[in-house]
Design a protein around this ligand. Structure first.
Ligand SMILES: Cc1ncc(C[n+]2csc(CCOP(=O)(O)OP(=O)(O)O)c2C)c(N)n1
Length: 576
């Protein structure tokens, strides 16, 4: 603590500290080790206090607040801890909005602290005043405006508890400038572990677990679909034990990727619009569909009135609001899947479904022949996105954290990257935010510094947050950046080709010389367009010390297949 800001009042066992110091004390007590932010007039007091906290709190100065929140998300997604973004009032706060919405839909625990104008100026359209509480209300798990310093410890304790408990999510605490500056009698920091009428974990009802087990035991063609809930609950082991005892083929949503390694014999692939052929088709053939920690997003279900109508549905989720939201369940099991899965596993019979698994295998081979081989091993023509991922896999051996942006390359990356470890696939799943990858990768590197971090971005999305090359330069962050440059907003072009008679309306995009741009940020780089240069360039990138940008000129007009076209059912998935 800054001695100038505190006066001991020994008889009360309190110290007089400023609101700003109280903020930082809270962060330290909550185990925050890195903050992503940019200062401003309405947060300058917090930054002043931060000057003395260098040993305990690392601050990463990003180049745009959107990057601060994406970095906090990348940190949280990879480390399992709460990410922290710090912004000033007005434009600083509103620049966080996209990332907050992204964190909300992807259930990512982040705490955002925004500065606010003096309390007496609230509502006067003061310089850089914006009503961030109302703006962020629908996209935060909780938000709150602090106008007095004494509120700070209690409010921040609640903020951390709410962000990380139950189904995680973003919380925003807006703190007026007077509250940051005021001195108050500080009695220490107490973590929060209970809030009246907030029940992060619903009560588990055994009756429903018994009913679920009965359905599973009677099933002839059961199928598991899992999502990020397994990872957020830290239930990877419990989940694996469940599917292995049950012998049930299991498919994943993109945010569930990696909870079970790709080469597990019961892992039958990715669900959704650009997922694998077998799990999409067979969703409409199974007799019992067991959904675990996933929310039946429309990218996963396609048309709901053609989705798994033949199946009895068992849905396990920590958030009761998810059960029956999109797909009516036969049995809903509320609860943390780390607790409900072992209970279910205990009640199910050990089984092997050879014929049923054989159907997955047959469709897998069909997809392999018609899509995967040419995508991963093209013999002629321009470089494909898939072959870049194939080389990446052989270099990283499934150990890297791979952060993808949004578009065709994202779908290719999620489809083909080998993930041996949980918390390795970082991507904007629900919001589909272009520009997410580069800053999220920065956060991921701080979240898990010992693991290699690779960005895969498109030429379009990369240009939305490329200013973060500056953050990488200044902090010497070791991340490897691959830009798959198809000279198009590729996913848009694909839709225009397939559904708008190839009318490429504003989807062709020019790019700067990415390697020269990286060089201007003192980041090593290389550009390749020939197949025989590709694996060498990737090796060079991985052997280099520090950040490296590799631009790969890939085929201009490749499409991502399979595809469940918008407005179709999962049974109408196309291979071409
Ligand atoms: C912020 C934002 N704006 C617009 C979109 C709509 N959109 C989705 S994919 C896409 C094209 C992405 O192009 P690029 O980054 O080059 O990747 P590619 O699809 O070519 O791999 C666009 C514009 C979006 N997802 N996010």
């Amino acid at each position: 603590m800054n001695t100038a800001q505190q006066q001991k009042t020994t008889e009360k066992q309190t110290v007089r500290i400023s609101g700003s110091v109280a903020i930082l004390e809270a962060l330290v007590a909550e185990g925050v080790d890195v903050i992503f932010g940019i200062p401003g007039g309405a947060s300058i007091a917090i930054y002043d206090a931060l000057y003395d906290y260098g040993e305990k709190l690392k601050h990463i100065l990003v180049r745009h607040e959107q990057a601060a929140i994406h970095a906090a998300q990348g940190y949280a997604r990879t480390s399992g801890k709460v990410g922290l973004a710090l912004a000033t009032s007005g434009p600083g706060a509103t620049n966080l909005i996209t990332g907050i919405a992204d964190a909300m839909i992807d259930s990512t625990p982040v705490v955002c602290i925004t500065g606010q104008v003096f309390a007496h100026l609230l509502g006067t359209d003061a310089f850089q005043e914006t009503d961030i509480i109302n703006i962020s209300s629908p996209i935060t798990k909780w938000n709150y405006q602090v106008t007095e310093a004494a509120e700070i410890p209690g409010v921040l304790a609640k903020a951390f508890y709410i962000a990380k408990s139950g189904r995680p999510g973003p919380v925003l605490i807006d703190i007026t400038k007077n509250a940051q500056l005021e001195l108050f009698d500080y009695k220490g920091y107490t973590k929060c572990n209970h809030i009246r009428s907030y029940r992060p974990k619903p009560v588990i009802r055994e009756k429903y677990i018994e009913q679920a087990a009965e359905l599973i035991n009677k099933a002839e063609r059961p199928m598991v679909i899992w999502g990020q809930g397994v990872i957020l609950g830290g239930a990877e082991k419990e989940f694996k034990a469940f599917i292995e005892k049950a012998g049930i083929p299991s498919a994943w949503t993109i945010l569930g990727a990696g909870a079970v390694s790709n080469d597990h014999p019961l892992n039958v692939g990715m669900l959704g619009m650009h997922g694998n052929y077998a799990p999409n088709l067979l969703t409409n053939e199974c007799d019992v569909l067991i959904a675990i920690g996933m929310r039946f997003d429309d990218r996963v279900t396609g048309r709901l009135d053609r989705y798994a109508l033949q199946a009895k549905v068992v849905h396990l989720d920590i958030d009761p609001a998810e059960i029956d939201k999109n797909v009516k369940s036969t049995v809903g099991v509320w609860g943390d899947c780390k607790e409900t899965l072992p209970m279910l596993t205990a009640l199910i019979q050990e089984k092997v479904y050879d014929d049923w698994l054989g159907m997955f295998r047959r469709f897998y081979l069909e997809e392999l022949e018609r899509v995967v081989i040419t995508e991963l091993n093209p013999l002629s023509g321009e470089i494909s996105m898939g072959e870049v991922i194939r080389h990446l896999n052989s270099l990283t051996k499934g150990e890297a954290i791979v952060v993808s942006d949004v578009g065709q390359h994202q779908m290719i990356t999620c489809r083909y990257t080998k993930f041996n470890k949980s918390r390795s696939n970082v991507t904007s799943g629900g919001l589909g935010t272009m520009g997410f990858a580069l800053p999220a990768a920065i956060g991921a590197k701080y979240g898990v510094p010992e693991r290699p971090v690779v960005v895969v971005a498109g030429d379009g999305g990369f240009q939305m947050t490329l200013q973060e090359l500056g953050t990488i330069m200044q902090n010497k962050i070791d991340i490897k950046i691959i830009i798959l440059n198809n000279r198009f907003l590729g996913m848009i072009r694909q839709w225009q080709e397939l559904f708008s008679e190839s009318r490429y309306s504003f989807s062709d995009i020019e790019s700067p010389d990415f390697v020269a741009l990286a060089a201007s940020y003192r980041i090593e780089g290389k550009c390749v367009s020939e197949r025989d240069e590709l694996s060498g360039a990737l090796e060079e990138m991985f052997n280099s010390k520090g950040a490296f940008l590799l631009e790969v000129k890939v085929a201009k007009e490749n499409n991502v297949f399979p595809m469940v076209p918008q407005g179709c059912g999962v049974g109408e998935i196309r291979l071409s």
